[in-house]
Write a protein that binds this ligand. Structure first.
Ligand code: OGA
Ligand code: NI
Length: 362
């Protein structure tokens, strides 16, 4: 195979995920050995540097419930979704104690003995509880293991959670419920600016039975951060993804062809537009390309909630927008199929699934 340059890699994105056979988690490797170099299976030549910008949008959620500020707040959210596909959400109403409790319980899961976690090793992409590490094949045809251990759970409409640590179930139930409500209010805000009928949105996206995934990512310190990656460039499935972390930066987003550090104030939530919101808004909102880089000093943990439509919803561009735009820019697909394709599809034409959904002029 021809060697792949860093530039090639940065242009490419994840094409398929293959659950890696669960020998031991990366955490064990990083804890037990005095690693000086990245083992070759993790090799991914990378340019982790990114810019810092103070123009990344910050949205004050409390303004949405203030009648004097609502219309400006809605407008600001829509603009953030269109220009960056990303914003920092403050005053969101989710108690800091709850976010801390979720982080603590999740960390306790990663700290469980390997034997305990092994029962949840991924056997198929559709397992509602899975953990381990991942092999990824990028569109430039490179396979490598991510510098990350993960735990992934389906939490709505059915709630799935490991039995240990015991406290996880209770805190996660509450966190998933509150984040679902928040996601729904954001979707409604965007719909309002686009003058879509509430009933129409509810009917098409079926948000009362929204498919919600919880993912926790654990990134041990990495001896050579430019030789490995936490998660390579990708977009997320769903409408809005919410991310919180343990205070160690590592999320980077792409904007105007440049990488930016997504730094966040304490207690804020990092929100990104995901694929189905781009499709539903016929391209108005941008599903932002992002990645997680690693560092040599501190372990990092992120807690991610992917808020989707219902798995039964067939998501295509909203009919009133297609009418306004004169045509649909994306094909419709049932959300369940979309998620499965993203997780399992072997290389079709080598493009990420969102690209495959686009209808081009020709
Ligand atoms: C993800 C993701 C980024 C991070 O889990 O989809 O993009 O910073 N995570 O952990
Ligand atoms: Ni992501």
């Amino acid at each position: 195979m021809a060697s792949i340059t860093a530039a090639d890699q940065d242009l490419s994105s994840i094409n398929s995920y293959q659950p890696f056979e669960y020998d031991t988690g990366l955490k064990v490797l990083a804890d037990s050995s005095n690693l000086k170099a990245v083992p070759s299976k993790f090799n991914y030549t990378n340019q982790p540097n990114a810019l810092t910008s103070d123009s990344i949008p910050v949205i004050d959620f409390s303004a949405l419930t203030d009648p004097d500020q609502r219309s400006k707040a809605i407008h600001d959210i829509a603009r953030a979704c269109q220009e960056w596909g990303f914003f920092i959400l403050v005053n969101h109403g989710i108690p800091e104690e709850l976010m801390n409790a979720v982080s603590k319980a999740t960390k306790e899961f990663f700290d469980l003995p390997e034997g305990e976690k092994k029962q949840y090793e991924a056997k198929s992409a559709s397992d509602p509880i899975k953990c381990g590490n991942f092999n990824v094949t990028t569109t430039s045809n490179q396979t490598f293991t991510l510098w990350r251990d993960y735990l992934k759970l389906y939490v709505h409409p059915e709630f799935h959670c490991p039995l240990k640590p015991k406290v996880l179930r209770e805190v996660l139930l509450e966190y998933s419920e509150r984040t679902r409500k928040l996601a729904r209010e954001l979707v409604e805000a965007v719909s309002e600016t686009l003058e879509l009928e509430k009933q129409y949105v509810d009917q098409v996206l079926k948000l009362h039975s929204s498919f919600q995934m919880f993912a926790a990512n654990f990134y041990p310190p990495c001896p050579q951060p430019d030789q490995a990656i936490g998660i390579p460039p990708h977009t997320d499935p769903g409408l809005f993804t919410f991310l919180i972390h343990n205070g160690v930066a590592g999320l980077q987003i792409q904007h105007d062809g440049q990488w930016f550090n997504a730094e966040s104030p304490r207690n804020s939530i990092l929100v990104n537009v995901a694929d189905q919101l781009e499709i539903f808004t016929n391209g108005r909102c941008k599903s932002v390309m992002h990645r997680a880089v690693v560092n040599s000093e501190r372990e990092r943990m992120s807690i991610v909630v992917a808020n989707g439509p219902s798995s039964e919803a067939v998501v295509g561009p909203a009919a009133p927008l297609v009418k306004r735009d004169g045509r649909a820019f994306y094909r419709p697909m049932k959300y369940e199929e979309y998620v499965v394709s993203q997780l399992t599809k072997s290389r079709l034409d080598g493009k990420p699934i969102l690209e495959q959904m686009k209808i081009h002029d020709d």
